[in-house]
Design a protein around this ligand. Structure first.
Ligand code: NAP
Length: 260
């Protein structure tokens, strides 16, 4: 813990003794969430498709003194999902928090020209994988456990260049409600809907200064979000501070216009 930065020492220890899995967590928003949960005391299981990325991310978090374990998991691979859950339970004995963060946006084609295979992939990774992962995890979830699904501001108003991606994120708003109903009272289920966050995934926002500025100006707070902004919201929803909140989606978008 000695290597923690000053700001990081000011955060709480809400996840002491808890075990948290974060999917797609070797960089970007997922990595920031894993780091935040770890800094707050959780044993964190990180994962993504590539072993090298998993190893590097584990190393980074271990260097910060965090309790972390890495498992390769492509979320649309059934054996990988099984491994992620089983290896977590073998190592830590239980699961308290699952953050479902993986998503793809493989096409900028208009909806009416998007290939069926792309539509299937968007559904499989962005929506179906969360349900299948939770089916695998359900018997290990503790009383008071918490699921956080990463949706998007795009879910409230799917934009033309990423319309089907946006629609999958709209589906997550419904999935959050449906899972919250089904999993209560043992497990709470909530979602975070990030605004614009400069990561690899959203490189189109930041690679052009003009586009970046336009997007900054669309927010009320005059800036893009950071992975840490998203991590703070996800950690709140996953924690007992949110113990009377379930089925909700928290928009973390600097005041971008939202709501359906
Ligand atoms: P990112 O920085 O590009 O990171 C993506 C992560 O996902 C990497 O760790 C990657 O590692 C992993 N990954 C990709 N496909 C995967 C798969 N099929 N299974 C498991 N892991 C996979 O992305 P990000 O911006 O943080 O996005 C994270 C989430 O935030 C997504 O759900 C996205 O829709 C949402 N979001 C982002 C923004 C934004 O502006 N950035 C806005 C709204 C919502 P490997 O390559 O090793 O698999």
């Amino acid at each position: 813990m000695a290597k923690m930065m000053d700001m990081e020492t000011k955060i709480g220890r809400r996840f002491e003794g808890k075990v948290a899995i974060v999917t797609a967590s070797t960089q970007g928003i997922g990595f920031a969430i894993a780091e935040r949960l770890g800094l707050e005391g959780a044993s964190v299981v990180i994962s993504s498709r590539k072993q090298k990325n998993v190893d590097e991310a584990v190393e980074k978090l271990k260097n910060k003194g965090l309790e972390v374990f890495g498992v390769v998991c492509h979320v649309s691979n059934a054996q990988h999902r099984k491994d992620l859950i089983q290896k977590t339970v073998d190592k830590y004995g239980k699961i308290d928090v699952i953050v479902s963060n993986a998503a793809v946006n493989p096409s900028v084609d208009p909806l009416l020209r998007t290939l069926e295979s792309i539509l299937d992939k968007l559904w499989e990774i962005n929506v179906k994988a969360t349900v299948l992962l939770l089916q695998e995890a359900a018997s290990h979830l503790q009383k008071g456990s918490s699921i956080v699904i990463i949706s998007s501001i795009a879910g409230y108003n799917p934009q033309p260049a990423m319309a089907m991606y946006g629609v999958t994120k709209t589906a997550l708003l419904g999935l959050t409600k449906a899972l919250a109903t089904e999993m209560a009272p043992v497990t709470r289920v909530n979602a975070v809907a990030p605004g614009f966050v400069p990561t690899n995934f959203a490189a189109y926002i930041t690679k052009d200064e003009g586009v970046k500025k336009v997007n900054e100006e669309k927010t009320l707070l005059g800036r893009l979000g950071t992975p840490k902004d998203m991590a703070a919201a996800a950690a709140f929803l996953a924690s007992d501070d949110a113990c009377y909140i379930t089925g909700e989606t928290l928009i973390v978008a600097g005041g971008l216009p939202s709501r359906l």
